[in-house]
Design a protein around this ligand. Structure first.
Ligand SMILES: [Zn+2]
Length: 140
């Protein structure tokens, strides 16, 4: 509900006045205090509603912090494939540091990089395992 949609009736001449005017255009009577108070309450509600989008960053930040740095996964792939896993581990640690310093965008960026390197480490580690297995099989 917008306050500009509302009219008030002049107590002196009964003229209907748009609420953005606080004087009656017909007789010059001031808007009654009660109406003025109601309108300012409505305005406060409108402002509150308008402020809601700016109230969202904390929620976004919460998502970012609960998303985490993927550190446990990085440790896991580091054990699985140390050369590539180390990169994932470094990015996870950087994400963790950024998260502690409330650098949300940086933390998100690092955790995404960590996640990518985790996948690479997992794939490379799997190939290495498979090749090692094939080597053992063909040798015997
Ligand atoms: Zn009037």
């Amino acid at each position: 509900m917008s306050s500009t949609d509302q009219n008030w009736d002049c107590p002196n001449c009964s003229e209907s006045i748009e609420c953005q005017f606080d004087l009656c255009w017909n007789c010059g009577t001031e808007m009654p205090a009660e109406i003025a108070r109601n309108l300012s309450e409505i305005d406060a509600e409108v402002e509150e509603a308008a402020e809601e989008p700016t109230a969202k960053p904390p929620a976004v930040r919460k998502v970012a912090t609960t998303m985490g740095s993927g550190l446990p996964w990085s440790v896991l792939v580091f054990g699985f494939c140390p050369p590539v896993g180390l990169v994932a581990l470094i990015y996870s640690v950087l994400a963790e540091i950024s998260r502690i310093h409330h650098q949300r965008d940086l933390a998100l960026d690092y955790s995404r990089r960590a996640a990518s390197w985790q996948i690479v480490a997992f794939v490379v580690g799997s190939i290495a395992l498979l090749m090692g297995f094939l080597f053992l099989v063909t040798r015997s």
